[in-house]
Ligand binder design. Structure first.
Ligand SMILES: [Fe+2]
Length: 240
């Protein structure tokens, strides 16, 4: 991809670094203005990942950590396209996902929520987009969980995403939510995105046509890298 095809970022679309409604941002946000650095070729040409680096179960979170049976929870497929701002699918790009289990607990030593660990669920997966920029993975729907923000702060069900695009300059880290979640309107982290329409671009829609009858329900979510219609970075004004 030629260098000139990367669009300028629209920083007004992104959450400000300092957003007191999301308490952690108060200490994390920079106090000094950012330095502007010259882009180099490596930011638009790498990193490159190949299918050889992926295992056969990497895009199936129901079985990729299974020991004595499948992961517990509502079985879902999440699928869609990764596109650039011109609407072209981005082929052969790495998509990584991580999430809480069906009870809302992460497999992480710092997560001490009461919901139990599922011995058969690791919570991580990855896949490459195909030649059209299409991705798909199978998992269980994550549960909502509380977090230490203000009284009664709960995260809506969500899946974390990292997408590399065609180079570092397109790297996107964000979160995907589910259509109809009543907690969506109450989430302090989502509320840091100023534009309500931009928040909605993080919501996956129920896709009955993509579902597997009597087995797995599907959600569809398209991701746009870089530009005025791009998917929002979860916490940075400087990147999408
Ligand atoms: Fe999370």
């Amino acid at each position: 991809m030629p260098i000139q095809e990367f669009f300028q970022r629209d920083r007004d679309q992104h959450p400000p670094g300092y957003a007191p409604m999301y308490k952690t941002s108060v200490l994390r946000s920079p106090r000094l203005s950012l330095w502007s650095l010259q882009n180099s070729l490596s930011e638009v040409t790498g990193p490159v990942f190949g299918p050889d680096e992926l295992g056969p179960l990497d895009n199936d979170l129901i079985t990729n950590y299974a020991k004595s049976g499948d992961a517990i929870g509502e079985r879902i497929i999440v699928h869609g396209h990764v596109r650039d701002e011109n609407g072209r699918g981005i082929p052969n790009t790495l998509v990584e996902v991580w999430q809480a289990n069906a009870g809302g607990r992460y497999r992480h030593k710092n997560d001490t929520y009461f919901a139990p660990i599922d011995p058969n669920f690791g919570g991580c997966g990855r896949m490459m987009t195909d030649e059209n920029g299409y991705y798909a993975f199978r998992t269980v729907k994550p549960g909502a969980y509380p977090f230490r923000n203000y009284v009664n702060s709960w995260r809506p069900a969500h899946i974390h995403f990292s997408i590399y695009g065609t180079g570092w300059a397109q790297r996107l880290i964000t979160q995907m939510y589910f259509e109809g979640d009543p907690l969506f309107q109450h989430d302090s982290i989502l509320a840091t995105i100023p534009d309500p329409a931009a928040r909605l671009r993080l919501v996956a829609l129920l896709d009955l046509n993509g579902s597997v009858p009597l087995d797995t329900i599907a959600y569809r979510w398209d991701i746009i890298l870089r530009g005025s219609r791009s998917t929002m970075f979860e916490n940075k004004r400087e990147g999408n």
